[in-house]
Design a protein around this ligand. Structure first.
Ligand SMILES: [Zn+2]
Length: 120
């Protein structure tokens, strides 16, 4: 399963970037997943929670930001979005367009809770 190997890769990246003592304090991992990245967000979340269930990351949230497939028409200049990855301008129908986003799969942030007392 594709999402499972991505989830394992995310866990591996967290291991590389986070001090083992802080692993249990990782509150959230933020990702950007493009509409045509070929990743099902709910499946990725499920896989992540399945493989971290008995680890210090068991309470970590996976926050997935959906990035639409976005193209800029080179003919009329209009930027349009779709979920299918079709490179055809919404406005004029031209296939002559530049892909701006939608294929990304990036880990953007690891949020670690500081082991501090309530800041009152
Ligand atoms: Zn156009």
């Amino acid at each position: 399963m594709h999402e499972l190997s991505i989830a394992q890769h995310i866990v591996e990246l967290v291991r590389q970037h986070v001090n083992p003592a802080d692993a249990k304090n990782v509150a959230a991992i933020r990702l950007k997943v493009g509409a045509v990245a070929g990743v099902a967000a709910d499946s990725l979340e499920f896989s992540f929670h399945a493989i971290t269930a008995d680890t210090p990351l068991k309470n970590t949230r996976l926050e997935i930001e959906h990035i639409p497939f976005r193209i800029e028409c080179l003919k009329c200049g209009v930027v349009s979005e779709n979920e299918t990855g079709i490179v055809v301008c919404d406005t004029c129908g031209s296939p002559d367009a530049k892909v701006l986003s939608g294929a990304e799969l990036d880990m953007t942030e690891i949020e670690i809770l500081e082991a501090v007392q309530a800041a009152t």
